[in-house]
Design a protein around this ligand. Structure first.
Ligand code: FES
Ligand code: FE2
Length: 343
């Protein structure tokens, strides 16, 4: 995973008040719960006392209570009660749960993957969706989230994998696609057409498009099919572990503003999305290895530019994070040497 970024790991509606939820994300067993104000808490699902899971416990006095010996932990993970020591007895600091910086925004739960900081950058989402009606479904895929993202940036698979759905019309020739990368955001304008015998126009030669519909991808794990101001689809690719991803698909619209009909519309569109996603799943889960990268054997054609750009930028971000961590360590060790000399 790319360090120092906010990742969508779940949908807000999954975490109900008063009920801890166990989820495996980012190769960790996590417990998600809400404090009395409804604020989200994300912890490692492990009691520091004798290592049982915390998720089967309950919320008591705004704390999560372990089901084994009743220890209670607040939203910061600090132990607030050891029942066997007595209400006013000691609550040693060693009983500290690991918590993750987490927040809720745009109906998703976001977790910071990286070292904690004093200040965090804001989460990046897509503008103009506040007045839309949406519905979400989720589907687990047996692939690393990089493969799922690749499939959402893949424009040449459409007439093959989706020949009877979104890829109807036999548009096998891929012009471009015109693709941009700026501020950790990829934008792709698809311009496929039936093959009339002319060579495909290269991504570097295709003119900038003048239509609004496009694919957008915000690093590290949120994608949008933007179909204008009134219609969009979102996919959030939540990493479960090295071989599994939870895909959240949302259909957004503001054509039909009457709430009940509007919801009917997005639910119906999700039935179709579910089917289209199953077409992808059947193929993408056969790719080897399950986790993609620049050096795993992918050979690219010009039409794969969005995928190549994604993998290249992902690698750059990982390397930059590693370099800054190393330089921070270097500065710290110089500081310590300096202090030693002064002493
Ligand atoms: S294992 Fe959690 S309180 Fe003992
Ligand atoms: Fe697809």
């Amino acid at each position: 995973m790319i360090p120092n970024m906010w990742y969508v790991i779940a949908e807000s509606s999954e975490v109900k008040a008063g009920k801890p939820l166990a989820l495996r994300r980012m190769s960790e067993d996590l417990v998600l719960w809400r404090d009395p104000e409804g604020k989200i808490v994300v912890m490692r699902d492990l009691c520091p006392h004798r290592q049982s899971k915390l998720s089967p416990g309950k919320i008591v006095n705004g704390n999560i209570q372990c089901h084994f010996h009743g220890f209670q932990f607040d939203r910061g993970g600090t132990c607030q009660l050891v029942p066997a020591n007595g209400r006013n007895g000691p609550k040693p600091k060693i009983f500290q749960c690991w918590t993750y910086p987490a927040q809720e925004a745009f109906g998703f739960i976001w977790v910071w993957h990286g070292a904690p900081r004093d200040e965090y950058p804001p989460v990046e989402f897509f503008e103009g969706l506040d007045d839309h009606i949406y519905a979400t479904f989720q589907k687990q895929w047996n692939v690393h989230y990089t493969r799922a993202i690749e499939s959402l940036l893949d424009v040449s698979h459409l007439p093959f994998v989706h020949a009877n759905t979104i890829g109807r019309g036999g548009k096998t020739l891929v012009n471009g696609p015109y693709t941009t990368l700026e501020d950790n955001k990829i934008r792709v304008w698809v311009s496929n057409q039936p093959d009339a015998g002319l060579p495909a126009i290269k991504p570097t030669q295709v003119p900038p498009p003048n239509r609004p519909s496009m694919l957008r991808f915000n690093f590290p794990n949120v994608w949008q099919l933007y179909l204008g101001e009134k219609l969009s689809q979102i996919a959030a690719l939540a990493p479960i572990d090295e071989e599994n991803t939870m895909i959240y698909i949302r259909s957004y619209q503001r054509f039909v503003t009457q709430p009940l009909l509007g919801r009917l519309f997005v639910n119906a569109s999700n039935l179709y999305n579910r089917y289209v996603l199953s077409e992808d799943e059947a193929i993408v889960t056969t790719q080897q290895p399950k986790k993609s990268d620049l050096n795993v054997g992918n050979r690219f054609i010009p039409g794969d530019r969005p995928i190549a750009l994604y993998l290249q930028h992902r690698r750059n971000l990982i390397l930059a994070a590693q370099a800054s961590e190393e330089s921070a360590r270097e500065i710290e060790s110089q500081r310590q040497i300096g202090e030693a000399v002064v002493l």
